[in-house]
Structure formats: structure tokens, C-alpha cells
Design a protein around this ligand. Structure first.
Ligand code: NAP
Length: 296
């Protein structure tokens, strides 16, 4: 039974990955900051508290557990928080990735690093794996530095870039675009939503499935894993309202310059996912189907 170690297992992606890996009979070593918030009643799941910025914690776990594959999903993920805390962000997202890689090189045979559409500047949109990266904020810069670290690996590696991930809200978990819109509109609250940004929103279940396919095939290199529908946040929220029958006049269509946020956002991202579809049999659900899964 193959052992997979996940960093950031308490996070949105980590939880879903652990769930799907256990369903597929892998043995999962979950690591994250603090107490385990990913509770799976399985003999094939073990949790260790690991701060990825610590010099020794991950090493000690891998020394004991010798997982064949490391999925490095732990990260500081909120762009504004990263912009306001540059050193902390660098430490977690760049330095933490060095730690993950050094340990994986000692005890594992494959590493997967989770990256982001924020490595792009958002001028062109619909990016493929070969497009030039030019981040516009500190989060994106640090994640891109993490990619550079991984590309120098002495073991086979894959980098998975994903985009605006959504899924069912888990206990203690963060909101995403669908659960946020549903929460506000169900209470009759007015919301302002931007219509001049473009994304290809990604269902968490598809993302985890794509990553597991990379493990099974030992596929190396960069993969873009996102949904296939190209939408603005305004269109996404309208779709939520229409599905739930909420009053659509509560949704005000605005442009990004309405908000002053510490971190600039790339305007148009979204991914071409042909490589993943051809090589990994990746076939994501539509955003409409995603809404049904999350709110249905
Ligand atoms: N969600 C998206 O829309 C999206 C889009 C593009 C790329 N990504 C990438 O996907 C990956 C997973 O993101 P996610 O959505 O699952 O984010 P998330 O829910 O914020 O999960 C990240 C996890 O990393 C943990 N973490 C933070 N600092 C750590 C540290 N020093 N040591 C150990 N663990 C630490 C967090 O711990 P706490 O729970 O204690 O905070 C959290 O559990 C990230 O690499 C992110 O950059 C996500």
C-alpha cells in the first residue's frame, strides 16, 4: 500500500485529498499546523503536527514514515495577508517549499507542489503551462519562487497550478465563492461583486482527482488543473442566485477598482487544461454542476 504524505492537510485541498486517497486505499500521512482538523476514522490515516517553516519537524516525520510521495499543499494562501506580511509569506511559501523538497529528496521518490494562477499577471488570460509567469503580488511571487525550488529537484516532480477552488464547506473551513454568496444572499444581504476579473473556477473534488491521477501515472512537469467554464465572479454569483432562487437585485455588478485591497489581483487568469485532459484523463464538471454539488 503506497504511503502519501500531505502538508497542509487541515486546509481545504488537504482535507479532500486525504479523503479521496483513503477511498482509493492509499495510506495517508497528514501533516499541518496545530491540532488535526481533518478527522478520518481510518487505520490508514496518521496525523502529525508539522510547521513547514521548522527546520526539523517534517524531516522527523518522513524519517519515521518514509512516504513514497509528498504532496506539498501547505501555504499562506490569503493574498492580502501575504502582501501585508512579506517575510512571513516568504518563510512559509518559499522557505517551507525548500524544507518540503529537501526532506522528500531524502526519503521519497516523487514530490507534487501545488501552485496558483496568481503566478501570471492576468493581462492575457487562459494561460497554458508554457506561458510566461509574471506575478503582480507577493503571494504570487513567493509561490513562483516555490515552483523554482521544485524545478531543481533531484527526484521526479510535478507542479499543479489551480485557480479559484470551491467546494462544500467543511467544519471550521473557509468560505469560497459559492458558500460565501449563498451565505450572504440567503440572509437577504446586498453584495458587490466584480465583473472585470476572469477565472476558470475549480471544483475541489476534480482537483484532488487530478492530483491523484498524477500520482498514479507518476506524471512529471507542470499541469494546469481547473474547471472548464470561463466566468467572472459576478457571473458565478449570479449562477448561485439563480440556482437557489435568490433575489438577484441584491447583487451589484462592480469593477475591481471599487475595492481597495492590499494585494493587486491579476485581472484575467483562467487555464487551458488540454494537457491534463489528454495526459491525465482529467475531465472536470461544469460550474453549474459544481453549484449543485456544493449547495444541492
Ligand atoms: N484555494 C484556492 O482557491 C487556491 C487557488 C490556487 C492555488 N491554491 C494553492 O493550493 C494549496 C492549498 O490551498 P488551500 O485552498 O487548501 O488553502 P488553505 O485552506 O488555506 O490551506 C492551507 C493549509 O496550509 C497550512 N499552513 C499554513 N502555514 C503553515 C505552516 N507554516 N506549516 C504548516 N502548515 C501551514 C494552513 O494551516 P492553518 O489551517 O493552520 O491556517 C492550512 O491548513 C496552496 O498551496 C495554495 O497556494 C489554492
Amino acid at each position: 500500500m503506497e504511503k502519501i504524505l500531505i502538508t497542509g492537510v487541515n486546509g481545504m485541498l488537504g482535507k479532500e485529498l486525504a479523503k479521496q486517497l483513503l477511498e482509493k486505499n492509499f495510506f495517508v500521512i497528514g501533516t499541518s499546523r496545530g491540532e488535526c482538523r481533518t478527522v478520518y476514522n481510518s487505520e490508514k490515516f496518521k496525523y502529525y503536527e508539522v510547521d513547514i517553516t521548522d527546520d526539523f519537524q517534517l524531516h522527523d516525520v518522513l524519517f519515521d514514515e518514509r512516504a513514497e510521495v509528498v504532496i506539498h499543499a501547505a501555504a499562506m494562501t490569503q493574498a492580502d495577508e501575504c502582501e501585508l506580511n512579506e517575510d512571513k509569506c516568504w518563510n512559509v511559501n518559499q522557505h517551507g517549499t525548500v524544507h518540503a523538497l529537501v526532506c522528500a529528496e531524502m526519503y521519497s521518490s516523487f514530490i507534487i507542489y501545488i501552485s496558483t494562477d496568481f503566478v501570471f499577471d492576468g493581462k492575457k488570460g487562459m494561460y497554458s503551462e508554457e506561458d510566461e509567469c509574471r506575478p503582480v503580488n507577493w503571494y504570487g511571487r513567493c509561490k513562483l519562487e516555490g515552483e523554482s525550488v521544485i524545478k531543481d529537484a533531484e527526484i521526479p516532480w510535478a507542479i499543479v497550478r489551480t485557480c479559484l477552488v470551491y467546494g462544500e464547506k467543511t467544519p471550521g473551513g473557509r468560505d469560497n465563492i459559492i458558500t460565501w454568496a449563498d451565505g450572504k444572499l440567503s440572509k437577504g444581504e446586498k453584495i458587490k461583486v466584480v465583473d472585470d476579473q476572469v477565472r476558470t473556477p475549480t471544483y475541489i473534488g476534480d482537483l484532488a482527482m487530478g492530483i491523484i491521477s498524477i500520482i498514479e501515472k507518476r506524471a512529471t512537469g507542470i499541469y494546469h488543473l481547473s474547471g472548464k467554464d470561463v466566468l467572472t465572479p459576478y457571473q458565478m454569483v449570479k449562477a448561485v442566485a439563480s440556482y437557489k432562487g435568490y433575489d438577484e437585485s441584491l447583487i451589484e455588478r462592480v469593477t475591481a477598482d471599487t475595492f481597495t485591497q492590499p494585494a493587486e489581483r491579476p485581472a484575467k487568469t483562467g487555464f487551458v487544461i488540454d494537457k491534463a485532459m489528454n495526459e491525465l484523463n482529467y475531465n472536470p464538471i461544469s460550474f453549474e454542476e459544481g453549484i449543485k454539488k456544493v449547495l444541492g
